[in-house]
Ligand binder design. Sequence first.
Ligand code: G6P
Length: 465
Amino acid sequence: MVMPSTERPTVQRIIVVANRLPVARVDDEWVMSPGGLVRALVPVLQNASGAWVGWTGIPDFDIEPFDHDGITQRPVLLTERDVDEFYFGFCNGTLWPLYHDGIVPAEFHRHWWGPYREVNRKYAEATNDVLNDGDIAWVQDYQLQLVPEMLREMRPTLTIGFYLHIPFPPLEIFSRLPWRKQVLEGLLGSDVLAFQTKQSADNFHRAARKLAGAEYVGRRDLRWQGRNIHIQPAPIAIDNNEFDTMARSPAVQLRAREIRSEMGDPKHLILGIDRLDYTKGIDARLKAFSTLLDRSPSRAHRYSLVQIAVPSREQVPAYQQLRLDIEQMVSRINGEYGQPGQVPVSYLYRSVPFEEMVAYYVAADIMLVTPLRDGMNLVAKEYAASRVDEDGVLILSEFAGAAEQLTSAIIVNPYDVEAVAASIHQAAHMEPDEQRKRMRRLRRTVDRADVFDWAKTCLAMLEDA
Ligand code: G6P
């Protein structure tokens, strides 16, 4: 006879399942990856003796589970072929462009779909290995959309949450996916599905009803295979205090002044920081900047744009092409408007350490966040959190998830080159009072909920499920 277990933990264990582990291999050691999401979840997992299931980022690297900082790390082995067909293929050649409104055409290949399913199964099995009764599994992002259903089959009573970090596209675009029904059914294995924006939550709700036959229960609830599923917008946030404290530090203040002087003390220092990705609209932004300079070439020297482009997914052809296009545009603008020793665009293709990044935020009068489509965009929030003097102007794309919250920014359509050029001009001439009024509101919005609150909200939803 099996006795009921009396050892059920009082705090439910959380098992995070994500494409990547929160640690990376650096010089033969495991190092916690930077970023708010990891930092917010680590204490939660430490408290609840949780585990993290994910890929090491290294193909064919087969290692046993290990402990890092009090968290069990359960590596999932991805072969070179998985990385090609699952990660670069279906994830970043099919889903990524499709979910970002098809900005570049999504590629649909049957030989990528099989590997997507198989690799999702690897994650589900690895998760099942570390699960105990009563645990909560929390699956992250577009790489793992089939995992909830797979886990549900393995453990029918498990509490399963899913968080999509990127946009969920409108029905008209999502419908193109030949495997749309399977993907929706995969997601519907969850008890709670959370999204960055109301728009994405609504898009999913509609797609699940129209394409998978889920039943309408309420605006935020569905019924599927005898279970209730809750759909919730839960915008991700940052660790504001960390940015605020760093921005106030004398070293960063000094570095910010140095940056300005290295740029030749321009009247208007404009900043863009993005992963080099076609969703970020860096090319359209450069066109807008060039349009502004064209208008009054004699005043071109007043503006200086720093564009930091962080290398990403360099094996995908669309990213390689984008890099070439951007570099050509930068050269053209600098060739046309530069002077010896002084160029209008300073382009850095690299990642920047945290402290240096905050110094750029402190140095910049105007921040350009103009993605063509973006799940949230944390750079916009980071800029506001770093503007401890309450000045500076944020120009924000209406197609970034952050625009649902940061309504005191100058909101622009990033495709409208003339409008973006005009908004830079408007920002450059904005009265200090108006700047302060807007920046205060932005900072208040960002202060209202940090990434730790976000994690708490999500976990509370899961515990109530
Ligand atoms: C986006 C996705 C994440 C992803 C990150 C970096 O933010 O939502 O899931 O990890 O981009 O991309 P990478 O492909 O390098 O993991």
